[in-house]
Design a protein around this ligand. Structure first.
Ligand code: KIV
Length: 266
């Protein structure tokens, strides 16, 4: 039985699937957020290349660089006391050759305390996954709506190619991935794949039948204005809290109410 108070290792993922214990994952991009999420008992912190859209304010993840991933991954991994930390390999850091993929994944392990990398694609990435795993680097795969394929998909759309995604799932298992993110696929398909493969599925917009769930913290904490994916339940409205607090500060400074006597040195 995996203990809840020692650091999570890659071996726990398979054990948890066998036990039917749901795996919890959230994205994190900085030290303080990672500290709070780790203290809350989140099993896996994902330093996603979603930082392109959440932190950098871009429309897609395509512009994120490996240097930026290393920068954020180092902070998150340093903050995590218990959680397993995985960092994304960004666009074009692994598609160009197996040597590039190993070098990029190796940088994540050498320059941060992350325990694994995540990369997108099924059959098309299987040989790359095998090459990285053969370099002793654990790989989490990512199927369904793979955001680095947004230009090919013509937008961020639910992926419904049942046979293709099932074949992709088999391919990444054979390639040696230890877990797989299923993003924006129909719930029955995710449930089928979860029953068919021996490694845990971690769903986002993939229904309740997965072995675990992952959410993007900026979605769940209400830090992003506008578009709300239907699968991203809002657990807090921190953006509104920040705006309210900042507005009170502005009013207090303008009125002379801040700083007060107790906030000044004498
Ligand atoms: O980049 C990311 O945050 C991700 C999650 C959406 C799974 O890949």
């Amino acid at each position: 039985m995996a203990s809840e108070d020692r650091p999570v290792t890659v071996l726990d993922f398979g054990a948890w699937k066998k036990q039917g214990r749901k795996i919890t994952s959230l994205t994190a991009y900085d030290f303080p957020t990672a500290r709070w999420l780790d203290a809350a008992g989140v099993d896996c912190l994902l330093v996603g290349d979603s930082l392109g859209t959440t932190v950098q304010g871009r429309e897609t993840t395509l512009g994120v660089t490996l240097d930026q991933m290393v920068y954020h991954a180092e902070m998150v991994a340093r903050a995590a006391k218990r959680a397993f930390v995985v960092a994304d390999l960004p666009f074009l850091s692994y598609q160009t050759s197996h040597a590039d993929a190993i070098r990029s994944a190796g940088r994540i392990l050498k320059e941060t305390r992350c325990q694994a990398v995540k990369l997108e694609g099924g059959r098309r990435s299987a040989a790359t996954i095998r090459a990285v795993v053969d370099a002793e680097i654990p790989v989490m795969a990512h199927l369904g709506l793979t955001p680095q394929s947004v230009r090919k998909f013509g937008g961020f759309k639910v992926q419904r190619q049942v046979d293709a995604i099932r074949a992709d799932a088999q391919a990444i298992v054979e390639a040696g991935a230890f877990a797989v993110v299923l993003e924006c696929v129909p719930a029955p398909l995710a449930e089928t794949i979860t029953a068919e493969i021996p490694i845990p599925t971690i769903g986002i917009g993939a229904g309740p039948g997965c072995d675990g769930q992952v959410l993007v913290v900026h979605d769940m904490f209400g830090l992003i204005e506008g578009f709300r994916p239907r699968f991203a339940r809002r657990y807090a409205e921190i953006g509104e809290l920040m705006q309210g607090a900042a507005a009170r500060y502005v009013a207090d400074v303008r009125s002379g109410e801040f700083p007060g006597d107790s906030e000044s040195f004498h």
